[in-house]
Design a protein around this ligand. Structure first.
Ligand code: PLP
Length: 378
């Protein structure tokens, strides 16, 4: 879709590129590191500066105590963290429970290590599930469950009660819990709770996050995982094998950002993004693409029933052709036939670009009216 969008010079609300500004402290930290000679391989789990900074942040923000020497593994983005964790902790044939709609890389990473996803389908529009849904998905081969909160693409924030259900379930069936918290600072309703802080969960939980989104550095590839030392050594080994290490000077830039940026920086994120969310949801509503308003992250799933086309791919192509706005077909987030009526839009855009995208989306009713008429006359 991004390629199709580029061809027509459209506005890309398909990818979570996050082209907002990189904080000064982060940029300066990386530049100083390059000039100061931090340009060689680092320890596989990262430089001391970033492991220490992440451990301090985990205590302060997430409420998780971890040893920066042995329990923090810096990787090539949270994508790298998840892949290294899967390589280290899953065997072919192991089942992992995935909530759907899911994030494609979660699904594909499990497939890449020959694990078998089992699905719990969240029910729109509130993306709810029940403890009985979890029990239906488990088998003697289940090794883990994956939580992504705030979630891509639904924007769901798992409530404390839901996390308590998952915690009890994980303990009952002796499961690992993989939790992807990359959107932890993008919370609009409710609050972010790290599953590892629930009683009995610290040891069985692999907490994954990173700075791609928070510092708008998706191309830098800096993420990390926090895991009990029972698991962390094997994770670090696979991280070394696949990536060697995360980019050295960029580790320093991120460490600098974590150390220097004030609390107000993080508080500003939801303030800025809630405006973007509301602008986009308003435009979608006006266009008849009823949005499921997200509580977190920076994506909106919208009901695309009004668009011509028999699949969500066709609908996203109609939208691109008629308005020049790219979205992702909802089927990308489901394993079966789900998502055919959904499109996903990303609002991690500069205010100017998002405003222009919204202006174009609002023109949809007249455009679609004529597109439908044209298809009838063919
Ligand atoms: N996890 C989720 C849920 C995401 O949506 C994304 C990016 O879109 C990532 C991870 C990728 O993060 P990173 O850049 O740290 O690999």
């Amino acid at each position: 879709m991004s390629i199709e969008c580029e061809k027509i010079k459209g506005i890309n609300l398909a990818q979570g590129v996050c082209d907002t500004e990189v904080p000064e402290a982060v940029r300066q930290g990386a530049k100083r590191a390059i000039d100061g000679g931090t340009n060689t391989y680092t320890r596989a789990d990262g430089l001391k500066a970033i492991r220490d900074a992440v451990a301090a942040k985990m205590r302060r923000f997430n409420g998780i105590e971890c040893d920066p020497e042995t329990e923090v593994i810096v990787s090539a983005g949270s994508t790298g963290s998840f892949y290294a964790a899967c390589l280290a902790l899953l065997n072919p044939g192991d089942e992992v429970i995935l909530f759907e709609p899911f994030y494609g890389y979660h699904f594909n990473t499990l497939i890449a290590v020959e694990a078998v996803p089992r699905y719990v389908t969240l029910q729109a529009p509130d993306w709810k599930f029940s403890p009985a849904d979890l029990e239906r998905a488990v088998s003697p081969r289940t090794k883990g469950i994956l939580i992504n909160s705030p979630a891509n693409p639904s924007g769901k924030i798992f409530t404390r009660q839901e996390l308590e259900w998952i915690a009890a379930f994980a303990q009952k069936h002796d499961l690992l819990v993989f939790t992807d918290e990359i959107y932890e600072y993008f919370v609009y309703e409710g609050r972010h709770i790290s599953p590892a802080t629930l009683p009995g969960m610290r040891e069985r939980t692999i907490t994954i996050s990173g700075y791609s989104k928070t510092f708008s550095i998706t191309g830098w590839r800096i993420g990390y995982s926090i895991a009990d030392r029972k698991w962390s050594q094997a994770m670090s080994y696979f991280n070394d094998l696949v990536y060697v290490c995360a980019p050295a000077p960029l580790q320093i830039g991120v460490a600098q950002g974590i150390l220097e940026l004030p609390e107000s920086f993080y508080q500003q994120i939801p303030k800025d993004y809630i405006k973007k969310r509301d602008l986009l949801c308003g435009a979608l509503r006006q266009a008849g693409l009823t949005p499921s308003v997200p509580n977190g992250a920076y994506y909106v799933l919208a009901d695309a029933s009004v668009l011509p086309g028999s699949t969500s791919k066709e609908k996203s192509m109609v939208l691109l052709r008629e308005t020049g706005v790219a979205s992702v077909a909802g089927t990308a987030f489901y394993h079966g036939s789900g998502g055919e009526n959904l499109l996903r839009f990303c609002f991690a855009k500069t205010d100017e670009e998002l405003a222009e995208a919204c202006r174009r989306i609002r023109t949809l009713p007249e455009k679609v009216g004529s597109a439908v008429a044209a298809s009838h006359s063919r």
